[in-house]
Design a protein around this ligand. Structure first.
Ligand code: COA
Length: 208
C-alpha cells in the first residue's frame, strides 16, 4: 500500500460507498489493452471488482506491509483514486482471473508537501498501488502493469511518475529500478524519506 495516512482517507469518505459509484467511475477510465501470451493488461472494468479486492488483500497482507484490508476499505481506496484527477486503474488477467492490479492518479500534493519543490504537481502522476497474485510473480506481470500505467499517463500529458515503496521490498525495488525509476533526493542531495514511515523511499521517473 503506497498512499499513506490511510485512516484519514477512509475517515473522510462517505460511509455509504457502494459498488455502483465505483462502476460509474470505472466506465470513464481511459482505454488500454495489451494482450500477451500468458496474460493481458487492460483497464479495470465492473466485473473485476471482486478479483481486485482479492489480489489486493492477499498482496498487502504479506511482509513488509502486513496490512489487513476489509472489502469496504479496498473499495474506499479505489473510490478515492477513481475520484481524483487523471485516474488510472489497470488489471492483469489470465484465464479470466484477475492476477494483478495497479492504480494511481494525478499526485494529491496535499498528502506530500515535502515533495512540493521537487515536482510539478499538474504533470506528475502518483502510482498508489501495484500488486500481483503470489502465484504469478516474476513473470513480468508487475512490469507490464507499470509500463501500461506509464504509457497511459504519458498519453494524458504526465511528465513524471512518482511512487513510494519500502526499502526492504526487494521485489518492488527491482521492479521499479528495471523501469528506470530512481530514488528522489532533496536540494542537499539527501534521499527523500517519508516523515511518517522512514523505511519508505520515494522513487520517480521522467516520462515526458
Ligand atoms: C512487487 C511486485 C508487484 C512485482 O511483481 P512481479 O510481477 O513479480 O514483477 P515482474 O515479474 O514484472 O518483475 C519485474 C522485475 O523485478 C525483478 N523482480 C521481481 N521480483 C523480484 C524478487 N523477489 N527479487 C528480485 N528481483 C525481483 C524481476 O526479475 C524483473 O526484473 P527484470 O525485468 O530486470 O528481469 C510483486 O512482488 C507484489 O505484488 N508484491 C506484493 C505487493 C507489493 O509489495 N507491491 C509493491 C508496492 S510498492
Amino acid at each position: 500500500m503506497l498512499i499513506g495516512d490511510d485512516t484519514k482517507t477512509i475517515a473522510t469518505l462517505d460511509n455509504r460507498i457502494d459498488k455502483t459509484t465505483i462502476v460509474g467511475l470505472l466506465r470513464k477510465l481511459p482505454e488500454y489493452e495489451l494482450v500477451g501470451r500468458t496474460f493481458a493488461i487492460r483497464r479495470a472494468k465492473e466485473g473485476d471488482i471482486d478479483g481486485i479486492i482479492e489480489v489486493y488483500q492477499k498482496a498487502f497482507a504479506e511482509p513488509p506491509w502486513n496490512e489487513t484490508w476489509n472489502d469496504k476499505q479496498v473499495l474506499e481506496s479505489m473510490l478515492f483514486n477513481l475520484s481524483a484527477r487523471k485516474p488510472i486503474m489497470l488489471v492483469a488477467e489470465s484465464e479470466n482471473k484477475i492476477i494483478g492490479l495497479t492504480w494511481g492518479c494525478g499526485i494529491p500534493i496535499e498528502k506530500f508537501p515535502f515533495l512540493a519543490n521537487r515536482i510539478t504537481p499538474e504533470s506528475t502522476s502518483y502510482v498508489a498501488e501495484v500488486a500481483v497474485d503470489g502465484n504469478y510473480r516474476k513473470e513480468g506481470v508487475g512490469k507490464s502493469l507499470t509500463r501500461g500505467y506509464m504509457k497511459l499517463a504519458s498519453r494524458d500529458g504526465i511528465q513524471k511518475i512518482v511512487l513510494r515503496t519500502d526499502k526492504s521490498n526487494i521485489a518492488a525495488m527491482a521492479l521499479y529500478y528495471s523501469l528506470g525509476f530512481q530514488e528522489m533526493i532533496n536540494q542537499t542531495n539527501e534521499q527523500i524519506l517519508d516523515p511518517e514511515y522512514p523505511s519508505r523511499v520515494y522513487l520517480s521517473v521522467n516520462i515526458g
